[in-house]
Design a protein around this ligand. Sequence first.
Ligand SMILES: NC(=O)c1ccc[n+]([C@@H]2O[C@H](COP(=O)([O-])OP(=O)(O)OC[C@H]3O[C@@H](n4cnc5c(N)ncnc54)[C@H](O)[C@@H]3O)[C@@H](O)[C@H]2O)c1
Length: 391
Amino acid sequence: MTKQNEALRIGIIGIGNMGSSHASRLWDGEVKEARLAAVCDINPERLSWAESRFGAEVERFADADSLYTSGSIDAVVIATPHYSHPELAIQAFEHGLHVLVEKPAGVYTKQVRLMNEAAARSDKKFAIMYNQRTNPLYRKLKDLIKSGELGEIRRTNWIITNWYRSQSYYNSGGWRATWSGEGGGVLINQDPHQLDLWQWTTGLMPVRVRAFCGFGKWRDIEVEDEVTAYVEYANGATGLFVTTTGEAPGTNRFEIAGDRGKIVIENGRLTFWRLRVPESEFNRTYTGGFGEPECWTCEIPVSGTESGHLGILQNFTDAILHDAPLIAPGEEGIKGLSISNAIHLSAWTDNWAELPVDEEKYYELLQERIRESKFVKPEGSDRTLSVEGTH
Ligand SMILES: NC(=O)c1ccc[n+]([C@@H]2O[C@H](COP(=O)([O-])OP(=O)(O)OC[C@H]3O[C@@H](n4cnc5c(N)ncnc54)[C@H](O)[C@@H]3O)[C@@H](O)[C@H]2O)c1
């Protein structure tokens, strides 16, 4: 640990849209007891940007190896395109660094499992940027489910169609929305947050999935921009996940039905339709023919604000310096990715996909798409966008 400023020295790899935002927060002193010590990017233009933004005090590196061997940092934030997350994280652990990896954990579970094994071998902290886990609405939902207020879950239903992305967004990065550069579309880029929250809040992972995807249905891309997935859970519950980047205005509605009622999160509110007696009990004891359980509609007060990316950066720092529990342990990144991979696999094979996902088969079919890709991106359209107002 550095003596200078008594602060944790953080390096950022990949100072594009997201990494430059993390770097600026650190530089502006928003993360207590941490400072921006170094940045790394393979694009010289981004390093020139860093020089003009942060001056000489922040070291600049043109590749991860030289950053890792520099001795200038204690921890690294990996904000490069998805495929490189596991590889860069594994190297960082081998160099004795703490790691905060951007979402998604990686593109395919085989690769992410190796990252988790490297984390387990090291004694360093490992976190993932699941910033939406800091949203008090989802925290409250998790609490209500875990404490038994909703009873046993019967159905989950998430319509998340407000990730609108235009063609100009897709054109802004050569790696975006290609099998070789990104490894997927809305599932791998925008939805990792919801796929994580879906399992994190309910405590349920699907056991099998049947999914339908539209590939380049609304945009000139080769990956999925529309998904409808039906899932089944071990307890007999079912779920539905509907998503697209091509629709406006979009919806973000998460509904969970349980034995004791129904909870909906929509428009920044958490509403609980609470049954006076559990449905199973009502059904057992009711003799009146038509009729249904008495129900009270409750607006559940939710306190606190979403600390977002800053909250995760602060929590990562607090975990390293003070052993605070991690909000989003890195090892958990594989869960949402498994659901994402299973959805792809089901759509590709036009069949059910079981979980845990068949990682060899997924890898093989992904490689097939990469090999057979004929997709060409418009030349010279790469540019860095502001992530202000995105999630
Ligand atoms: N948590 C969130 O809310 C959120 C939001 C946006 C993006 N992200 C994630 O952040 C990651 C980056 O997305 P982005 O939109 O910032 O992309 P971007 O293309 O704007 O930036 C990526 C940067 O990484 C650099 N880079 C690529 N490979 C590298 C390597 N091996 N070593 C060093 N630098 C390298 C590129 O030159 C580029 O500057 C993605 O995985 C994305 O999913 C997360």
